[in-house]
Design a protein around this ligand. Structure first.
Ligand SMILES: [Mg+2]
Length: 150
């Protein structure tokens, strides 16, 4: 895919300039937040509570796979077991990692990935993250060379 360009956080995607990317020479990696980004969220109800997939989130994950991306969930949740259960149930084979690039010291909080998608980015303040808009934006910028799925 070649070298990915920095994307301004004002356009949804926050990349990590401290890390050369793509992190892997061949495989671009997307970090995606969990709560209120791919899973519905209406306030913290305990680590065992996980929301159902948000609208078009599973389609977006399939589009990433279709275009050769790996996906890592990057969440502030400490207990990732419920997240893995969610993945097994709703998104089996579509997500490769959960929080693995986070440094164990937790001093390094930025994921070492190519793009980062989070409902709390500046672009989405005051509105719901819209997966169709996210994916069409990525496609326009050349990050989905195989195109989006119908
Ligand atoms: Mg969130």
């Amino acid at each position: 895919m070649g070298r990915l360009m920095l994307l301004s956080n004002k356009y949804t995607f926050i990349s990590t300039p401290a890390t050369p990317f793509p992190v892997s020479e061949d495989t671009p990696v997307a970090a995606i937040d969990f709560d209120n980004t791919i899973a519905k969220y209406s306030g913290w109800k305990g680590s065992d509570h996980v929301g159902k997939p948000r609208k078009n989130a599973i389609w977006a994950l399939k589009c990433f796979k279709h275009n050769g991306w790996e996906v890592e969930i990057f969440t502030s949740r400490k207990d990732t077991e419920p997240v893995w259960s969610w993945i097994d149930y709703y998104a089996h084979g579509l997500i490769q990692r959960v929080n693995e690039t986070r440094d164990s010291s937790e001093k390094e909080v930025k994921p070492k990935v190519d793009i980062f998608i989070d409902d709390r980015s500046e672009y989405w303040i005051g509105k719901e993250l819209d997966w169709v808009e996210v994916m069409e934006r990525l496609e326009r910028r050349g990050f989905m060379p195989n195109g989006l799925l119908p």
